[in-house]
Ligand binder design. Structure first.
Ligand SMILES: [Zn+2]
Length: 152
């Protein structure tokens, strides 16, 4: 999942569910939502910041402090949630590199079938990649439009 999707999806949820969304709250949420991909600077893409070991204390701190700290932690949590469906999340990194994710495959229209499969493997090693962000860009524009409407 690319950074535009990671930023847009929780933003749309926040802008839809919050009775009084703020630009500061949205900013904290988006920063938290893209923050774990700083792992791309480490040896492995999904590593330290994709682990529950730093996330859970950050969530507890956010629950304690509230406001933008909580929104940052919720953004971070949304990143891990979304990555769970697009690969694996190494929940105990660096103690273990083993990760878990959920694969959902839909086939059809003939012999329509939905296949759910729990994945357990190690995250892919870091590699150069090329992102096709057309769909993500449309989603980001929708989030920006929604923010303009809800934040003015
Ligand atoms: Zn990620």
């Amino acid at each position: 999942m690319d950074p535009l999707e990671h930023a847009s999806i929780p933003s749309l949820v926040y802008l839809s569910l919050s009775s009084e969304p703020t630009i500061a709250g949205l900013t904290a949420l988006v920063l938290g939502a893209v923050f774990p991909d700083l792992d791309a600077l480490a040896e492995e893409h999904r590593s330290y910041l994709h682990s529950l070991l730093p996330f859970l204390p950050a969530l507890l701190l956010g629950l304690n402090l509230g406001g933008p700290f909580l929104l940052f932690a919720l953004g971070w949590g949304s990143h891990l949630f979304l990555d769970f469906f697009t690969g694996v999340v190494p929940v105990a990194y660096p103690l273990s590199r083993r990760g878990w994710g959920l694969s959902i495959i839909v086939t059809g229209p003939r012999n329509f079938r939905v296949e759910l499969r729990l994945i357990e493997r190690y995250p892919d090693r870091k590699h150069d990649y090329r992102l096709e962000i057309g769909g993500s860009f449309a989603l980001a524009l929708l989030a920006i439009l929604t923010a303009i409407i809800r934040l003015h």
